[in-house]
Design a protein around this ligand. Structure first.
Ligand SMILES: [Cu+2]
Length: 330
């Protein structure tokens, strides 16, 4: 088996590479899943093996992920392996004790300079703790050579420290699934209560969106919001907004935003806010967008942002027009 040196060109060329598994060529499109719910796994192959076309992709379905079924793919043959689960799981149709344990697509040829997706559906059982990560090892075989994206971080190491990390999916907490669009969504993370994350819909062509959330620290120790991300945006920043000489100005918050014990920090239009940059697509009112907030102590908190209309002052509020946000100047 050929183990490749990772090419730096990847980091420059593709937005995939901005995410945690920095240089992985095999990634999962959806990096979060709800426990005890359906999961649509899309394995994205971003490169071949050192220039060689990809001819076979095998994904291992981990224990606790049940009822896996591949989606047919024109030009590719599918072979599944079935086996007994380590224990029985509850499913829609009663108890299941066996199922697909690996899926292989072969017979096609994906050139190094093209990308493709290999899709399966499965159910994430209730066997996983909230905020744990489930790994789906992928083996990528090429006309010449092969890469095993099968490394799983051990003992607190980070996935990005690995040379060929297995694609991982983080399990959301059950509370994060509360319907965000109602504005009542609240996610608990340590001593923090993360409430009502929302985004403003973007006007046509805009590549920047404002994000808002309320964080309550009812514990006894300070914490700090250090970063934020949403699906479909290359990066997120935390901004302050102030008026200097009659001009509204924004600036990134250096070193993160302190969340002192006993305090509520409100990120809202006209004040502190999140800013998501380099959007791949526009945001439309009424939809929801998955994202994360990263705190120094509470860690990475998956959240679902509800999208409110362009210029909205609050989730469920009325559009406020130009003056509301100032993101037009960004
Ligand atoms: Cu801003």
């Amino acid at each position: 088996m050929l183990r490749l040196a990772l090419r730096t060109a990847c980091a420059l060329a593709l937005p995939c590479c901005l995410t945690v598994s920095a240089q992985a060529h095999a990634v999962l499109e959806r990096k979060e899943a709800a426990p005890n719910a359906a999961y649509r796994g899309v394995v994205q192959i971003m490169h071949g093996c050192d220039g060689q076309p990809t001819t076979r992709v095998t994904v291992t379905i981990p224990e606790g992920v049940i009822g896996a079924k591949p989606m047919p793919k024109p030009g590719w043959e599918i072979v599944t392996q079935k086996g007994a689960y380590a224990k029985p799981y509850q499913s829609f149709h009663g108890t299941v004790s066996e199922g697909v344990t690996s899926i292989t697509w072969s017979g096609g040829s994906l050139p190094d300079d093209q990308v493709d997706e290999f899709t399966f559906f499965a159910r994430i059982s209730d066997a996983f703790e909230p905020y744990s990560t489930v790994y789906f090892p992928v083996v990528q075989d090429c006309a010449k050579g092969s890469i095993a994206w099968t490394e799983v971080p051990q003992g607190g190491r980070e996935a990005k420290a690995l040379k060929s990390p297995a694609p991982g999916v983080r399990i959301r907490s059950a509370t994060a699934e509360a319907p965000a669009a109602t504005g009542s969504a609240s996610t608990r993370a340590g001593s923090l209560d993360v409430r009502t994350p929302w985004l403003r819909a973007t006007p046509g062509g805009a590549s920047v969106a404002g994000g808002y959330v309320t964080v309550v620290n009812d514990g006894g120790t300070p914490d700090r919001l250090v970063s934020a991300s949403i699906d479909g945006a290359a990066r997120g920043e935390i901004h302050t907004m102030s008026v200097e000489d009659g001009v509204m100005k924004m600036a990134p918050v250096e070193g993160g935003l302190a969340i002192e014990p006993g305090k509520t920090v409100e990120l809202k239009p006209g004040g502190l806010h999140l800013m998501f940059l380099d959007l791949k697509r526009g945001l439309n009112a009424g939809e929801t967008v998955s994202g994360t907030l990263v705190f120094e102590k509470a860690g990475t908190v998956p959240v679902t942002f509800a999208v409110a209309p362009i210029g909205a002052r609050a989730l469920g509020g009325q559009a406020g027009g130009q003056a509301a946000g100032g993101h037009h100047n960004h």
